[in-house]
Design a protein around this ligand. Structure first.
Ligand SMILES: NC(=O)c1ccc[n+]([C@@H]2O[C@H](COP(=O)([O-])OP(=O)(O)OC[C@H]3O[C@@H](n4cnc5c(N)ncnc54)[C@H](OP(=O)(O)O)[C@@H]3O)[C@@H](O)[C@H]2O)c1
Length: 286
C-alpha cells in the first residue's frame, strides 16, 4: 500500500542539527522506505533542506517547516501533515530546545517559550492526529531534576504533586518569570545558584507536563507520553564539551522510547538509556 495514510509517520522537531538530526539519520536507516515517513522538523526551511541533503536525501525523509515557538508555524505544519502526509502520526519526538546563559526575563520568555510552551502547544495541536498506540516523546534533561533537587521542599512538591493541573503548572512557570523581574526567586524557593536555572525550570516543567499529558490522554487510543534525556552529549548546545558523551548515544537514548515494547514503559515516566529515572536528583558528576 503506497498511500501516505497507511505509512508509519514519525515527526522529529529541531532535527536540522544535533541530536535531532542523528535521530532522523538512524530512523531513516532502520525504516523501510515504502512504509515509513520521517518528518525532519526545522524552523528554518533552508537549514532543513541542507540537513536532508547531508543525509543523502533518503526517500523516507521529508522536511517539515516548523518553528515550535510559534503557534502560526505549528498550525501551518499541522495542515501540511494533513495535506501531504496522510494526516496521522505514530510518533512525535519533541526534541527542539534552546538554552541561554543569561538570567533575565527575556531569556526566560525565550527558553520557556520553546522548551515548555512550544511543546505544550504543539502537542495540543497534534494530539488529534495521533494514531492508536502512538507515542509522544518529550526530550527533557536531568538539569530539570537538579533544579528541583536544589529548590525548597515546598516548591519541589508543587512541581511533582499528583494533583497538579495544567493551569497550575502554567502559573508556576509564570510566577518563575515574574520573580526574575522582581528579584524574588529565592522567596519562591528556587536556588539562584542552580546551574542553568531557566533551562532547568523549562525541563522540570516539561517533565511535569509529560505526566499531565500522559494522564489526560491515556484513555485515548492507548497513547503513550514519556519524557527522556539523551544525557550530557557533545553538541552545539554543550559547546561540544570534551567530557560529554557522543551525541549518537543521546539519540539512542531517545530512540529507545520509540522502539521499546509498550509493556516496558510507564506512561508519564522520565527515562535515560531505557531506565526510568527520578524527577528530582542531585547533579551527577560528568
Ligand atoms: N546536548 C546535551 O547534552 C543535552 C542534554 C540533555 C538534554 N538535551 C536536550 O536534547 C535536545 C537536543 O539537544 P541538542 O544538544 O541536539 O541541541 P542543539 O545542538 O542546540 O540543537 C537544537 C536543535 O533545536 C532546534 N530548535 C531550537 N529552537 C527551535 C524552535 N523554536 N523550533 C524548531 N527548532 C528549534 C535548532 O534549530 P536551529 O538550527 O534553527 O537553531 C536545532 O536544530 C534538546 O531538547 C535538549 O534540551 C541535550
Amino acid at each position: 500500500m503506497s498511500s501516505t495514510e497507511q505509512k508509519r509517520t514519525i515527526l522529529v522537531t529541531g532535527a536540522n542539527r544535533g541530536i535531532g538530526f542523528l535521530i532522523v539519520k538512524k530512523l531513516a536507516k532502520e525504516s523501510p522506505p515504502n512504509n515509513t515517513i520521517i518528518l525532519l522538523g526545522s524552523r528554518d526551511l533552508k537549514r532543513g533542506e541542507d540537513a536532508l541533503i547531508q543525509l543523502g536525501s533518503p526517500s523516507n525523509v521529508h522536511v517539515l517547516h516548523l518553528d515550535t515557538s510559534s503557534r502560526e508555524s505549528i498550525i501551518r505544519a499541522k495542515d501540511e501533515v494533513k495535506q501531504k502526509y496522510g494526516g496521522q502520526l505514530d510518533v512525535v519526538i519533541n526534541n527542539a530546545a534552546i538554552t541561554r546563559k543569561d538570567l533575565n526575563v527575556d531569556a526566560a520568555r525565550e527558553i520557556l517559550g520553546t522548551n515548555y510552551y512550544g511543546v505544550k502547544i504543539l502537542n495540543e495541536y497534534l494530539f488529534p492526529l495521533m494514531r492508536e498506540n502512538g507515542r509522544i516523546i518529550n526530550v527533557s534533561s536531568r538539569v530539570g531534576s537538579n533544579v528541583l533537587y536544589e529548590a525548597s521542599q515546598s516548591l519541589r512538591q508543587k512541581y511533582t504533586t499528583s494533583t497538579l493541573t495544567k493551569y497550575q503548572l502554567d502559573q508556576l512557570v509564570e510566577e518563575f518569570i515574574s520573580a526574575i523581574d522582581t528579584n524574588t526567586l529565592e522567596h519562591l524557593g528556587y536556588n539562584i545558584e542552580s546551574a542553568d536555572l531557566i533551562y532547568g525550570v523549562s525541563k522540570a516543567a516539561l517533565n511535569a507536563l509529560t505526566q499531565l499529558e500522559a494522564y489526560e490522554w491515556s484513555n485515548n487510543n492507548s497513547l503513550l507520553v514519556v519524557s527522556v534525556t539523551p544525557g550530557y552529549c557533545a553538541t552545539d548546545m554543550t559547546g561540544h564539551a570534551p567530557d560529554a558523551r557522543p551525541a549518537e548515544l543521546g539519540a539512542d537514548s531517545i530512540l529507545y522510547m520509540v522502539n521499546a515494547p509498550r509493556s516496558e514503559l510507564r506512561n508519564g515516566g522520565f527515562y535515560r538509556d531505557g531506565q526510568q529515572i527520578s524527577l528530582i536528583s542531585a547533579r551527577i558528576s560528568r
